[in-house]
Design a protein around this ligand. Structure first.
Ligand SMILES: Nc1ncnc2c1ncn2[C@@H]1O[C@H](COP(=O)(O)OP(=O)(O)OP(=O)(O)O)[C@@H](O)[C@H]1O
Ligand SMILES: [Mg+2]
Length: 348
């Protein structure tokens, strides 16, 4: 736990990271990700709680191993290379041992990050991406057993970023490093993580493999963090919640409990209007409800169509693979894939 002036920034975070594994700490801005990382690194001290590395206590509220003796590699967003040192001296900075040995290690790392021949150059002569790779080499040089990375790729343009991100992961996996990576981008977490720890307001709200977090979100916010969502409301009565799209089982909730049926746009099914009639109800897709297309946009791989629902004026977003651009005013029938719905109680 970490407080600033009595305000809790990180509360009750419990995390473990295994060798050769990438854990992503994912959450919105200000939720306490960097604070968590700084406590683990030891550049900041938590107000309660313990940090262990390789079975050894490195820090509680009394005892504290200094940051440089924790064998933790750091790579932060503002990775600041030493401007007055050459690339090779930057990488050599944290290394001990004789000159020949460290020079070999530096060469090996330069090759690994694809910067052979850049050793004598100075940071200002390098592009942003090259500097980032030097920072990575510097962090890897002492072979840390743990690597903490705080939005390390955020300064790079998209194309460069994908390449460096994948290379970085490969190197870290090869060295069997335990990686804790902070990001606020769900795509980055999905792409990199073996495990995601979803953080909100200083707490971890859910953790698991990307697949599980995406397909079994803990609550509506967790679901909305990864994609657009549609919310259909109803009230539980006799363990059932009636909606225009059909009824949903809501066992365990008291009569009168407001419920939300939440579904992603790609799981809305569309059908054409046939003289004012829609398709018949099915077990998989429930009851069809009519809506009028308001806006349709082509997004590259899919089309996004927004419907104004006729029964209550609410808006529902549906994505359809490929090009599908119904004209505004087109009436269609919407169904929801019941196996892709999540039912959450409205928090009081
Ligand atoms: N040194 C500090 N003094 C006071 N408050 C701080 C300090 N550092 C962080 N905070 C507060 O603690 C909370 C968590 O901050 P933190 O930097 O950990 O967020 P974050 O999840 O890393 O966000 P971002 O994605 O924007 O980097 C924020 O409300 C922030 O304002
Ligand atoms: Mg941060």
């Amino acid at each position: 736990m970490r407080r600033y002036d009595g305000r809790v920034a990180v509360d009750d975070v419990s995390l473990s990271v295994a060798p050769g594994q990438v854990t992503c700490l994912l959450g919105p801005s200000g939720c306490g990700k960097s604070t968590t990382l700084r406590c683990i690194a030891g550049v900041e001290m938590q107000d309660a709680g313990e940090i262990w590395v390789d079975g050894q206590l490195v820090c509680d509220t009394v005892f504290r191993v200094p940051p440089e003796r924790r064998h933790i590699g750091l790579m932060f967003q503002d990775f600041a290379l030493f401007p007055h040192l050459s690339v090779q001296d930057n990488i050599r900075f944290g290394l001990s041992g004789d000159k020949g040995e460290t020079a070999r290690r530096v060469d090996e790392l330069l090759e690994r990050v694809g910067l052979m021949g850049f050793g004598p150059a100075f940071p200002h002569e390098l592009s942003g991406g090259e500097q980032q790779r030097v920072a990575l080499a510097r962090a890897l040089a002492p072979r840390p057993s743990i690597m903490l990375m705080d939005e390390p790729f955020s300064g790079l343009d998209n194309r460069l970023r994908d390449g460096i991100r994948d290379e970085t992961l490969e190197i870290l996996r090869e060295q069997d490093t335990a990686v804790l990576l902070v990001t606020h981008e769900p795509e980055e977490a999905m792409r990199m993580a073996d495990e995601i720890a979803l953080m909100r307001k200083g707490r971890i709200v859910q953790r698991g493999a990307p697949y599980n977090i995406y397909n079994a979100p803990a609550d509506r916010e967790a679901m909305a963090f990864f994609s657009d969502i549609n919310v259909i409301r109803g009230v539980s009565k006799g363990a059932l919640t009636q909606t225009p799209f059909g009824q949903f089982l809501t066992p365990g909730y008291e009569d009168g409990q407001e419920m939300e049926i939440v579904i992603r746009p790609q799981h809305i099914k569309l059908d054409f209007d046939r003289a004012g009639q829609g398709p018949a109800p099915t077990i998989e897709n429930g009851t069809a409800v009519s809506g009028v297309a308001e806006r349709a946009r082509f997004m590259g791989n899919e089309s996004l169509v927004e419907f104004r629902m006729e029964h209550d004026g609410s808006l529902i977003r549906a994505t359809v693979p490929g090009v599908f651009l119904p004209r505004a005013g087109t009436r269609m029938w919407l169904m929801i894939r019941r196996d892709k719905c999540f039912v959450f109680p409205v928090k009081g």
